[in-house]
Design a protein around this ligand. Structure first.
Ligand code: AMP
Length: 294
């Protein structure tokens, strides 16, 4: 393992672990608070903001890179999901990460694995309807990663809002001893939420994609003005319908705390959630909006 100079100037090598046993050994040698940052790799500044938050709040940081097959449906983009482990490792080293877990699917799942973790109701609404089984795959792999790494805290992006809600619920319901931190969405200069999938957009799709954030802002402004959920949704739809090639899969406005349905004029903060396809690339984004004070 090459020795590297971490950002704090101290010499230290980032450990790359391919097996659970190696990671457990690294974890056991860590003292103080340990933060975990699970990712599917092909890292961007959104992922790195989770790593930075973990570094600020913890003494050691473990990142994981695993494109989890069980959260992809049979017709989804598992095979075309972008991957570049060498680049990812260089980025994580530069951020001073202590250990990276980079398992193979065979390392993660026994051939006869049959145990699942599922937040039964939360997993079936919103993106769970568009992607059946997705959140079961996420909840199961995150539970496994928490059990393997045993962190004190784990860091997730608000970009995947429903995922964050599902993970909080699983951790609460199963009494997993870890603090879950939700980190704000990092955006490109034109408002497009950073995503590993953005590289799969062609030039025209990339030019149209900032319409998601524009639609969310239009909806957020409507809620802030005291308009109804129906008006806010209609305004979001209008903005998106002007974006070339945007295939609107869902526009939802839900209670920001528990994702329950809301109608009429909201009285509590709501989350506006979008899923839009450009070609075969599914983009999601969300924003929280607070209603006008009565
Ligand atoms: P992924 O590699 O897409 O599974 O994402 C790994 C983690 O990074 C998840 O907790 C995501 O919510 C988070 N993440 C992805 N994109 C962003 C972003 N643009 N800003 C902040 N966090 C993000």
């Amino acid at each position: 393992m090459a020795k590297l100079i971490a950002r704090d100037g101290k010499e230290g090598a980032m450990q790359v672990c391919e097996t659970k046993e190696e990671l457990r050994k690294q974890r056991a040698a860590m003292t103080g608070r340990v933060g975990l940052v699970p990712t599917m790799g092909y890292l961007h500044d959104g992922h790195l903001s989770l790593v930075r938050a973990a570094r600020e709040q913890c003494d050691h940081v473990i990142a994981t890179i695993f494109v989890n097959p069980t959260q992809f449906g049979p017709t989804e983009d598992l095979d075309s999901y972008p991957r570049d482990a060498d680049r990812d490792l260089a980025l994580l080293r530069a951020e001073g990460v202590d250990a990276v877990f980079l398992p193979t699917p065979a390392q993660m799942y026994a051939r006869d694995a049959e145990t699942i973790v599922e937040a039964t109701d939360l997993s079936r609404v919103l993106m769970g309807r568009l992607r059946p089984g997705h959140f079961r795959g996420v909840a199961t792999v995150v539970t496994k990663l928490l059990n393997i790494a045993q962190p004190d805290a784990a860091f997730f992006g608000q970009k995947d809002y429903q995922q964050l809600c599902v993970i909080r619920r699983v951790v609460r319901d199963l009494d997993i001893p870890v603090a879950i931190h939700g980190i704000p969405t990092v955006r490109e200069a034109d408002g497009l939420a950073m995503s590993s999938r953005n590289v799969r957009l062609d030039t025209g799709q990339r030019a149209a994609a900032p319409a998601l954030f524009a639609a969310l802002q239009a909806g957020q402004a409507a809620i802030a003005e005291g308009r109804t959920i129906a008006t806010a949704r209609a305004r979001m739809r209008t903005v998106l319908s002007q974006a070339d090639g945007a295939d609107i899969r869902s526009i939802d406005i839900r209670d920001a705390e528990d994702l329950s349905s809301v109608t009429g004029r909201p009285t509590r903060p709501v989350v506006l959630l979008l899923a839009v396809r450009f070609g075969d690339v599914l983009l999601i984004d969300n924003i929280v909006a607070s209603p006008k004070e009565p």
